[in-house]
Design a protein around this ligand. Structure first.
Ligand SMILES: [Zn+2]
Length: 446
């Protein structure tokens, strides 16, 4: 599969018309202005109040929320979380590791405390040209969260045979467990190794000695998994759509977009909390290099180092060059040179708590997303943040990532149903109970 793992990730491949990537030269950072708008309890969305999600009501999943886990009722868990901007996570491991000439670290051990709900792993600070992953994540009693040596299969994704689905990514890596009912994390001693591969060659290519940083966060909820949560967001504006850090907070279209996102996430009992507004370098208004740890998209995502809130960084642009020109038209894909994509996430999930990496963000093309027939900016942004928090496509239209199964690992998302927010066609808004559980396990949801 040489070269195949250059194809990446959590992206909606939806386009209305072809976009050409403009050359970007000499990007100098424009710090611009920034401000923080505290989140209100009730974003008065277009359809008002609380339970007005597109799919209506509380029990969203087609198969209903048969509670096999510890998540309880939809309206439970009144906000007992920490103050805005503070997630209830603990650092379980944070250190620099040397990689040997085969690209592996030594086995690392860490302890998960009682009340552990989920564990978030982020690998960063290695050479940006490499692909990163973890292997051999073994929990207490030998439970195989991620099998050792899965990467020897030559695919960039660990799915079948992997209790916790994950995928390699260039420049940085993240995974969140559990992300489906087959996976679990228990209190006690865990172990894993970090691995790296050349993004252009295959397994076993020798690697000059390098170091990476492994950061592991645990979400601890002594009272059981929370049934609701709050998500803070960092917005970055390149000037696309005429939005800036100064005018977006008061722009009715922008407010409406945020209200619609809040309405979509209301299905999974997640409120949008505080929002920070930043300007970003307008030279990144059109970005390419989406398959690279060093390209324009990676450079833009690295601007997340300026994020003040503990939450994903969202970059609004007006062109994302897919590099391989897949265009979606309805439910069918056409190949077309110069194609763009509506949005892209730095990973499934993206790096958590760790800002400034080449994968620490999502990008949304506001021009194409607001074009006639497109799903809309709120929809695309909610979809990409869904990826960033850990959701796979419910169903892929095409499996362009080698080894990617056609369906997500969740039991309550209907197959081939484009009414789902996370369907690859990106045409619906529906979310399921299990999708909510996964999102609320992300340490950025508090
Ligand atoms: Zn997607």
């Amino acid at each position: 599969m040489k070269g195949s793992n250059k194809i990446r990730l959590g992206l909606i491949i939806v386009m209305v018309s072809g976009l050409a990537a403009a050359p970007l030269m000499g990007c100098s950072d424009d710090e611009g202005s920034q401000q923080i708008i505290p989140g209100g309890d009730d974003d008065a969305g277009p359809s008002g109040g609380d339970d007005t999600g597109p799919s209506g009501g509380d029990d969203t999943g087609p198969s209903g929320g048969d509670d096999t886990g510890d998540d309880t009722g939809p309206s439970g868990g009144d906000d007992t979380g920490p103050p805005p901007g503070e997630s209830d996570y603990v650092v379980l491991f944070d250190d620099t590791l040397a990689l040997d000439s085969s690209g592996y670290s030594e086995v690392v051990e860490f302890d998960a405390p009682d009340g552990i709900n989920s564990i978030a792993v982020t690998v960063s600070e290695g050479p940006p040209t490499m692909m990163y992953f973890i292997t051999g994540w073994i929990g207490p009693d030998g439970f195989e969260i991620v099998p050792d040596g899965w990467e020897s299969g030559g695919m960039p994704i660990c799915a079948d045979g992997c209790n916790n689905r994950l995928m390699m990514d260039p420049g940085a890596f993240a995974t969140l467990a559990p992300n489906n009912p087959a996976s679990q994390v228990d209190p006690g001693t865990h172990s894993m190794r970090v691995g790296a591969q050349s993004a252009t060659a295959g397994i076993g290519e020798t690697l000059n000695v390098a170091t990476v940083r492994l950061t592991i966060h645990g979400k601890v909820d002594a009272a059981g998994a929370p049934s609701s949560g709050t998500l803070d967001l960092n917005f970055f504006f390149t000037g696309a759509g005429g939005w800036t850090a100064d005018n977006a907070p008061d722009d009715p279209d922008f407010q409406n977009m945020v209200a619609l996102m809040d309405e979509i996430y209301d299905q999974v009992h997640i409120d949008i909390g505080d929002i920070a507004f930043h300007d970003a370098d307008p030279n990144y208004r059109v970005v390419g290099g989406i398959q690279s740890g060093t390209g324009e998209l990676a450079q833009l995502f690295a601007k997340s180092e300026r994020a003040e809130l503990e939450g994903p960084s969202v970059f609004f642009v007006e062109g994302i060059d897919s590099g391989f020109g897949f265009i979606q038209d309805g439910n069918e894909y056409n190949q077309q040179m110069g194609g763009g994509i509506l949005g892209i996430s730095g990973g499934i999930p993206g790096p958590m708590i760790v800002d400034g990496t080449p994968r620490s963000g999502v990008a949304v093309d506001v021009d194409s997303s607001s074009a006639m027939g497109a799903p809309g900016i709120a929809h695309v942004t909610a979809h990409e943040i869904g990826h960033y928090l850990g959701l796979f496509h419910t169903t892929e239209n095409i499996t362009f990532i080698p080894g990617m199964p056609a369906h997500d690992p969740l039991p309550d998302t209907a197959e081939d149903d484009p009414s789902y927010l996370m369907h690859a066609s990106g045409s619906g808004d529906l979310m399921s109970e299990w999708q909510g559980r996964v999102m609320r396990k992300n340490p950025w949801v508090y």
